[in-house]
Design a protein around this ligand. Structure first.
Ligand code: AMP
Length: 470
């Protein structure tokens, strides 16, 4: 199948040729004809399936063929997205696919000054890509009115609900013309999403390109059980051991991001970070540096999880599991795109067992566990069933009471043998740094550490292990 056979016009076909898109992806093959014919669409498609071109190409074509030119402070196509990053990315896609079409585009999102966005809206824009909150701000200030909107797109609708945009979405729906085309894309279909779909879509064409909630099969995924406090050291060990040189790394907290980034930096990796406290221009710059290869490690919190469009990313490392199971699907959606093979490895501690179980239930598979020699978890991560249930560990048999100490016998304390010197035993980085008087090392502020000091990770057995990875 070719893009031409889907009925796309020449200028679009030329742009696709320039971008070296040879054949439509499955979501494009289904969505393009449906959208061209003006129908509503409900698309179960995760990032990486080519869904952006699936709606952008036919909408660009309709913009050139239908309706009057846009008036001032109006938009004809409205694309709602959950994050600033995705807004920028969708905007770039529209601009690339619609090059030379004499259409105006704008991305509007919070966290940056509203004035330039208001200025650009004065002339009206054909495509407005916006986050819900900023869109309503612009509407309240009369910078944009909705009476010319002919198509509404909800991109990553599930994520918008996760981020608490339900009320904003309702307000936007209420303000839009009833006569319009509506396209709803979501990686997952929860009851809430179905309820929204039922109220805003009319006779939609249903498109499902992969089973909802499944992750792409060309991604090798596994879990490394580890104690929480050892995560940074294990992370650095895995990166070095496997020669992982280009990775997107997810961490739960901003402090965790900064901590791992400084460890990578000290180890000589070119690294940048994305988290919620960074101003928007700095986030975009970090993403751009990662895309161009200026930095090869990007450490991020969830803000970056959705919609980052990075081609050929071979590796995603979850140093922490996401709180929301769907975010796992979105995180690893960064890898294994367009048929490439990818790797997604998750460092999981015992505390995260419920999150792991929820993820496995969502993706309907049990992720293989691979302990890393030298980092075996003292706090075991429980096994889970294929349906994501936590399987309770069988109770350990009671230990027999310790014999009374007798003169000349080996002294025992609390039934445990005394630690044996341990001069040549490997200590975690934080302990080594403290022992060496390196109080200023970032390791001393390990945000992963728990109160109880760690005795040791067992020393690594000789022989090592085969290298793995992309
Ligand atoms: P998306 O799922 O829309 O985020 O797209 C994922 C990636 O696939 C983007 O980098 C697109 O540039 C790329 N892409 C989309 N459609 C095609 C296609 N038909 N051929 C090659 N690459 C594509």
């Amino acid at each position: 199948m070719s893009f031409a056979s889907l009925g796309l016009i020449d200028p679009l076909l030329r742009n696709l040729q320039d971008l070296n898109y040879q054949t439509p992806t499955p979501v494009q093959a289904k969505a393009i004809p449906a959208v061209l014919s003006g129908k509503d669409v409900m698309g179960a498609a995760q990032t990486g399936t080519g869904k952006t071109a699936g709606f952008a190409l036919p909408l660009l074509q309709r913009l050139t063929q239908h309706g009057p030119a846009v008036s001032s402070n109006r938009a004809r196509v409205l694309v709602l997205v959950p994050t600033r990053e995705l807004a920028e990315q969708v905007l770039q896609s529209f601009m690339a696919y619609g090059k030379g079409l004499d259409l105006r585009f704008l991305a509007a999102y919070g966290g940056v000054s509203i004035n330039p966005q208001m200025m650009k809206l004065r002339k009206g824009v054909d495509v407005l890509v916006a986050t819900p909150g900023r869109l309503l701000d612009l509407n309240r200030q009369n910078a944009v009115q909705f009476d010319q909107v002919q198509t509404l797109v909800l991109d990553e609708a599930d994520r918008m609900l996760d981020l608490g945009f339900a009320r904003e979405l309702d307000a936007v729906f209420a303000a839009l013309p009833a006569q319009r085309q509506t396209l709803l894309f979501s990686a997952t279909f929860t009851d809430d999403i179905r309820a929204i779909a039922a109220t805003i879509l009319r006779g939609p064409v249903n498109i499902s390109v992969s089973p909802p909630n499944a992750t792409a099969s060309n991604i090798k995924q596994w879990v490394v059980p580890v104690d929480k406090r050892n995560k940074p050291e294990l992370f650095m060990h895995l990166v070095a051991e496997n020669n992982w040189e280009h990775a997107l790394v997810f961490v739960k907290t901003r402090n965790g991001v900064d901590y791992l980034a400084s460890m990578l930096d000290e180890a000589g990796y070119a690294v940048d970070t994305i988290h919620g406290d960074k101003p928007q221009p700095a986030r975009l710059r970090a993403l751009e540096r990662f895309k161009t290869g200026e930095v090869n490690m990007l450490v991020a919190t969830d803000v970056a999880a959705r919609g980052l469009d990075i081609d050929d990313l071979p590796l995603v490392i979850n140093v922490d599991l996401p709180i929301v199971a769907q975010d796992y699907v979105h995180r690893i959606g960064r890898t294994g795109r367009a048929g490439a093979s990818g790797v997604a490895v998750s460092l999981v501690c015992a505390d995260e067992a419920p999150q792991l179980a929820a993820i496995e239930a969502l993706i309907r598979q049990t992720l293989p566990r691979e302990e890393e020699p030298g980092f075996e978890a003292e706090h075991r991560v429980p096994q889970t069933s294929a349906t994501g249930q936590i399987i309770k560990k069988p109770k350990k048999p009671k230990k027999p009471k310790a014999p009374q100490a007798v003169p000349g016998a080996v002294q025992v304390l609390n039934n445990k043998p005394r630690p044996q010197g341990g001069e040549n035993k490997r200590k975690p980085a934080a302990q080594r740094a403290v022992a060496a008087g390196e109080g200023t090392s970032p390791s001393s502020g390990n945000p992963f550490s728990v109160r109880k000091p760690r005795s040791k990770p067992a020393s690594k057995p000789a022989g090592g292990r085969s290298k793995r990875g992309p």
